[in-house]
Design a binder for this molecule. Structure first.
Ligand SMILES: CSC[C@H]1O[C@H](OP(=O)(O)O)[C@H](O)[C@@H]1O
Length: 350
């Protein structure tokens, strides 16, 4: 497992500013963007400068700090009234990853109890930093719990990016994969390129090569024949929102991998912190699926690949029913055969 000192960190709070690694330019360009205004951070989440459910939550927590600074400077003792608008914009920046609303709720529960008479920035920065550090620790714990489920010399398939670039730490799915590689459990990782935004090709392959983990990149459409070959023992993915019954919303294409895995007796693991579980949503049917701009499908690296005017469908996520999942790994423990009943063991930890 990479130590936290040498892992990739897409989010940094330095010199009273939020610094985000622009993930739209990876892997060929590493550009850091600096933010002092909550509104601009909302745009950065919407535009996927930063992405990945836990990373979005951590970024939102720091955005609340920026919003509080602006509110104090603008409204003084009436700063709390000036928080509503920026936090509403922040909450609306992306609808599916519950970590965004979770982080805003955590920060709101703190700021409403702060005195009006002096700046809330210091107290809120401590809270945001704690959320960030909690995620780093959760990644480490999940890495160990997930790797323990994997037999030696396994080969695994992952989809999208659930690594350091999607979290505060070493990653959720990639945290399990890097721990599993370190433990001699995983000998090779297959990575779906993950059309249309290419998180797998651009981000996951980059992270795994940095970690010197044997990796093969493939087109998404290769997954079925790869599983038919018998080479794959586990599919390991992250999550953006997990319903109370264990249904999982994750990057589009995850559901098809789960169906293929069930057909080919490949085990299916979802790795996500407790902040990704939405106990207020009973099943996956109630999860809002984000639809993103058509250009993400009709262009690759600003190169048009489809005819002008073509009708486009671009849902960013799909829902995998709990019955297709063998294990949900969280920092509070592992749920095998997730269901509304088995998920309850995690609820007491919230
Ligand atoms: C560690 S959860 C990452 C999760 O978020 C990704 O979506 P996006 O890149 O659109 O934010 C994908 O669903 C990953 O599994």
């Amino acid at each position: 497992m990479q130590s936290t000192s040498d892992m990739i960190q897409p989010i940094k709070w330095q010199d009273q500013q939020l610094h985000l690694l622009d993930q739209r330019l990876l892997p060929t360009q590493q550009l850091w963007l600096n933010y002092e205004h909550a509104s601009e951070v909302s745009n950065a989440i919407r535009d996927m400068v930063v992405r990945g459910a836990p990373a979005i939550g951590i970024t939102a927590a720091y955005a609340v700090v920026l919003a509080a600074r602006e509110a104090w400077n603008k409204a003084g003792v009436n700063w709390k009234q000036a928080m509503y608008e920026p936090l509403a914009k922040l909450a609306a920046s992306r609808p599916t990853a519950v970590n965004l609303s979770w982080a805003i709720e955590q920060m709101t529960a703190i700021y409403v109890n702060l005195p009006e008479t002096y700046s809330p920035e210091k107290a809120l920065l401590e809270a945001a930093t704690h959320i960030h550090q909690q995620d780093i620790a959760a990644n480490q714990t999940m890495g160990k719990l997930g790797a323990d489920l994997i037999d030696p010399d396994s080969m695994v398939l992952t989809h999208c990016n659930a690594g350091a670039l999607a979290t505060g730490g070493v990653g959720t799915a990639l945290g399990v994969i890097s721990q599993g590689y370190s433990d001699g459990k995983i000998k090779h990782v297959y990575v779906d390129e993950t059309r249309p935004w290419l998180q797998g090709a651009r981000l996951t392959a980059w992270e795994l090569l940095q970690g010197k983990i044997p990796t093969t990149l493939q087109a998404d459409v290769t997954a079925a024949s790869l599983m038919a070959s018998g080479k794959i023992h586990w599919v390991i993915v992250g999550a953006d929102r997990i319903a109370a019954n264990g249904d999982v919303a994750n990057k589009i294409g995850t559901y098809s991998l789960a169906v293929l895995a069930k057909y080919h007796q490949v085990k299916f693991m979802v790795v996500a912190p407790l902040s990704t579980i939405d106990w207020q949503t009973e099943t996956g049917k109630q999860i809002e699926i984000e639809h993103r701009p058509s250009r993400e499908v009709t262009h690759i690296a600003n190169q048009q690949i489809a005819p002008d005017g073509v009708k486009v469908s671009n849902p960013a996520f799909d829902v995998t029913p709990a019955e297709l999942i063998n294990a949900i790994v969280t920092e509070a423990g592992v749920v095998l055969s997730p269901s509304v009943t088995t998920m309850k063991k995690l609820h007491k930890h919230n």
